[in-house]
Design a protein around this ligand. Structure first.
Ligand SMILES: [Zn+2]
Length: 337
């Protein structure tokens, strides 16, 4: 408890600067891969705090890594700062109300202004705590762009930026204050495009090869796959192009987007191979040509049970949030139908 109290003191001594950082990022509300000013606010502030900053990592101008301390375990804090389209909101308003005079219609509906700023403060406080207690440790703050539907961290992982970490710590605003111990599913996403041969569907159907037939047979084949998948696996598809709106024209092009999810990356990759085989079978059956366009993939989160338990124990020792009467009143109003 002594350690927790000293960390709380360090956080409280610095909190105002980081609350104003969160407010500045709330107002900027920059979208994925365009978080130029938000990333620079973070990078320059942590530089002032004595961290060495490497900007533009993994070929992304809005990604950076800041480091302080040396030796010991390498502890990473992950920060995000991207906003969402169309979610501009007046601060503190309890109904849908775009911010007055805002330069953008984007908004921080998901709370990444808080997420990034608090993770940043956590990295600075961790460095301060280790220095004050003569503990050898290397602390990093990762400025991670494009969390929203664009997987910015994937490119940072591909460039090996997380390889020497002992632990990566992250958090997200939510409705509950607890350690996130849930499993997540790995996923693979790809477009399946079938190229057929157009012809008049009544005059010369024998000369045509239907791309739409191929897409339909692929979907039917995948539906038969479902019985033989791991229980928690999920496969979804959406038609991107169903081949046109004329019934008398044999569709020359059809395209389906597939997302394949499974508890572990290896299982998702295995299922992806099986879905590709089904698509190839559909092309063979229909005399069409298959083109597969890989879109993206993400691993499942790898939890460290020991660290999760330590985090849980410390959060419980810290106790619940203290809220005053006006905050309770605000929360009650936000829940009102
Ligand atoms: Zn989010």
């Amino acid at each position: 408890m002594k350690h927790i109290a000293s960390v709380v003191d360090l956080v409280e001594a610095k909190q105002h600067r980081y609350i104003s950082l969160a407010n500045e990022i709330w107002s900027l509300a920059e979208m994925r891969y365009a978080e130029f000013r938000s990333a620079e606010l973070h990078a320059s502030l942590i530089e002032e705090a004595g961290f060495k900053v490497n900007r533009g990592v993994a070929n992304m101008p809005t990604a950076f890594v800041a480091e302080a301390g040396s030796g010991g375990p390498v502890i990473g804090f992950l920060g995000e700062y991207d906003a969402l389209a169309g979610l501009s909101q007046e601060s503190g308003a309890l109904t849908c109300m775009p911010a007055a005079g805002a330069a953008t219609s984007n908004g921080h509906g998901c709370g990444h202004h808080l997420l990034g700023s608090a993770a940043h403060l956590a990295a600075v406080v961790a460095r301060d705590y280790f220095a004050a207690n003569n503990i050898d440790a290397t602390v990093r703050f990762y400025g991670c762009p494009a969390e929203e539907a664009a997987a910015g961290k994937t490119f940072m992982a591909r460039d090996g930026l997380f390889d020497d970490l002992d632990v990566a710590l992250s958090w997200h605003p939510s409705v509950a204050n607890s350690v996130f111990m849930n499993a997540t599913l790995a996923n693979v996403q790809a477009y399946f495009r079938f190229h057929g041969k157009s012809s008049h569907a009544a005059l010369a159907p024998h000369l045509g090869r239907s791309a739409l037939d191929a897409a339909e047979l692929m979907n039917i084949g995948v539906n038969y796959l479902r019985e033989h998948m791991p229980d928690e696996a999920r496969v979804h598809f959406a038609y991107i192009n169903s081949g046109g709106v004329s019934t008398n024209v044999i569709p020359v092009l059809a395209e389906v987007l597939y997302t394949i999810r499974a508890p572990r990356s290896e299982e998702a990759i295995d299922l992806f191979k099986r879905v590709k085989d089904i698509a190839a079978g559909a092309a063979l059956m229909t005399g069409t040509r298959l083109e597969i366009v890989f879109d993206k993939a993400c691993s499942n989160i790898l939890h460290n049970d020991t660290l999760d338990e330590i985090l849980d124990r410390n959060m419980r020792a810290l106790g619940g949030l203290e809220v005053n009467a006006s905050e309770t009143d605000f929360a009650a109003k936000s829940r009102a139908p």
